[in-house]
Design a protein around this ligand. Structure first.
Ligand code: CA
Length: 313
C-alpha cells in the first residue's frame, strides 16, 4: 500500500506538534504534501513559526509550510494562550526556524493541490479552526468532490465544551468554516473531546517519551509537562489529553479507534451555544449521517504507537 497523501492544517500548539511529529515519523503510511498554518491557539505568525520549529525538530526541514488565514471567516479571533502558553509551544527550548515559509497562501496551496491530484487521493487533516479549509471550499467548490476524506480534531458531545460550556475550541473559533466543512458532503472522521480526553499523558507515558533519550523524546515530554498543568487543574485528570495526535494516529492505525457514523451539525446562530457540535449520537433524528464521530480509543495502543514512531526521529 502506498503512503496516504495528506495536508496537515494546524495551529501549533503542543499537541499539534506531536501530531506533526507522528506524521513525519511515518513515511510508509503518510506522505505530508504540505503543512498549512492557521490562526487558532495563538496568532498566525506564531502558528507558522511553530510549524517550522516542529519540522526542524523532526529533522524534516524540506517539509513545505504555508501561511493561511489570520482570522476566522466571520468572527473575531479567539486564542488559547491560557492553555498553550504565550508562544503556543511553551515547554521545551527549541531553536527558531531557519526554514522559510512558502510564498503561496495556504488556501491557494490547498486548492491547487487538490486540483492537481486525482479525485479521492488527498486527505485533509485539520488540527485547528477550520478557516483555511472552509475558505478553500468557498473559493473553489470544485475541489470539494476531490477530497478523499477529512480527518479532524474538533467538537465534543458527551464532554461538551472546553472554551464555552457548549463548544470545543477549534469549532468555536470558526463555526462558519466548520459549518461549511460539515455540510460539504466530504467523508469526515471527527476526533472530539470525547475521545481525546481518553488519550491522557499519564506520568508513565510521559516517562516513556523522556526515556527515548532523543531530542524529540525530550521535547515531547517537556511539551506535555507544560500542557498538562492546565488540564490537571481543570479536570483533575491524570495528565494532559493529546488531542491532535489522534488524527495522525488514525491514519496509521484506524483500528485503535471506534465511533458511530452519525449526523453532526454546527451551531452558528446562538451566542449561548455558538460552535456546539450537535451530534446525533443516539440517532434521534432522520438527518443524514455526515461524519464518523469517534468515541473511544485503545489508549495503551495509541501511546505505544507514538513512542515507537517518535523513536525513529
Ligand atoms: Ca490544534
Amino acid at each position: 500500500m502506498s503512503a496516504r497523501k495528506i495536508i496537515i492544517d494546524t495551529d501549533p500548539g503542543q499537541d499539534d506538534a506531536v501530531a506533526i511529529l507522528l506524521a513525519l515519523a511515518s513515511p510508509e503510511e503518510i506522505d505530508v504534501l504540505g503543512i498549512t498554518a492557521v490562526a487558532g491557539n495563538v496568532p498566525l505568525a506564531l502558528t507558522s513559526k511553530n510549524a517550522r520549529i516542529v519540522c526542524q525538530l523532526a529533522g524534516k526541514p524540506d517539509t513545505k509550510v504555508f501561511e493561511g488565514c489570520d482570522r476566522p471567516m466571520g468572527r473575531e479571533l479567539v486564542t488559547a494562550e491560557h492553555v498553550h502558553g504565550k508562544t503556543g509551544l511553551n515547554g521545551p527550548v527549541l531553536p527558531d526556524p531557519v526554514m522559510q515559509v512558502e510564498d503561496q497562501h495556504a488556501v491557494d496551496f490547498i486548492i491547487d493541490t487538490l486540483r492537481a491530484h486525482d479525485a479521492g487521493t488527498v486527505t485533509l487533516c485539520p488540527l485547528g479552526p477550520l478557516t483555511n479549509i472552509g475558505t478553500a471550499f468557498e473559493k473553489a467548490p470544485d475541489i470539494i468532490e476531490k477530497v478523499q476524506e477529512i480527518v479532524l480534531m474538533g467538537g465534543a458531545y458527551f464532554e461538551v465544551g472546553n472554551i464555552t460550556p457548549a463548544a470545543e475550541f477549534n469549532i468555536y473559533v470558526d463555526p462558519q468554516a466548520a459549518d461549511i466543512v460539515f455540510k460539504s458532503g466530504v467523508p469526515i472522521v471527527v476526533m472530539p473531546l470525547d475521545v481525546t480526553h481518553k488519550a491522557l499523558v499519564t506520568k508513565p507515558r510521559n516517562d516513556a517519551f523522556r526515556n527515548l533519550g532523543t531530542k524529540v523524546g525530550t521535547a515531547v515530554a517537556e511539551m506535555t509537562d507544560f500542557f498538562e498543568r492546565f488540564d490537571k487543574e481543570k479536570y483533575d485528570s491524570d495528565g494532559a489529553p493529546l488531542h491532535d495526535p489522534c488524527v495522525t494516529a488514525y491514519l496509521i492505525q484506524p483500528g485503535l479507534f471506534s465511533g458511530r457514523h452519525i449526523n453532526v451539525e454546527i451551531e452558528t446562530q446562538s451566542e449561548l451555544t455558538m460552535g456546539m457540535t450537535v451530534a446525533d449520537w443516539w440517532r434521534v433524528t432522520d438527518r443524514t449521517p455526515n461524519a464518523m464521530f469517534i468515541g473511544d480509543v485503545d489508549a495503551d495502543g495509541f501511546f505505544s504507537l507514538l513512542v515507537e514512531r517518535l523513536s525513529r526521529l
